[in-house]
Design a protein around this ligand. Sequence first.
Ligand code: BEZ
Length: 176
Amino acid sequence: MPPLTEGQRVPEVTFRVRRDGDWVDLTSHDLFDGRTVVLFALPGAFTPTCSVKHLPRFNQLAPAIRVHGVDEVLCLSVNDAFVMDAWREAQGVSEVRFIPDGNGDFTRGMGMLIDKRANGFGERSRRYAMLVRDGVIDKLFAEDPRPDGTETYCVSDADTMLAHLASLSHKGSTTD
Ligand code: BEZ
């Protein structure tokens, strides 16, 4: 399945998250309906580029991203809730909400599943970031997978998303 594109609705799925020692259902409706959300997705918790660059920079810039009318910044990975919670704690992240797509349902629906068997990872998410308004993809920055299964880290970063949001705000202010 090819990746979803701008103008399409994000997949409707149910995530299983941990809250106060119990399992809780969290749906796409809960996360996206009536809200403006930035979601970035990456291949794996605790992996080098994700831990050193992708996640920390989004955590750093999340307050600036919210200034542009974004309700929440989400980090999604094809990992289970225990792993995602442990990664958030290990990284000391407070500005980003972690979404465990352990079954890969959201990622599959996005057309973003990628074969990472070469790393012993099975199927994971491509690295991308998107701006979602009321459940519809408004802007998508997706990295290109290389033939060897690795990916670039050029367009899905927090600075690129913030610059995009700033350009929209600027356009808005100049047309008023
Ligand atoms: C990384 O983020 O550096 C990474 C992701 C998946 C596999 C190997 C490394």
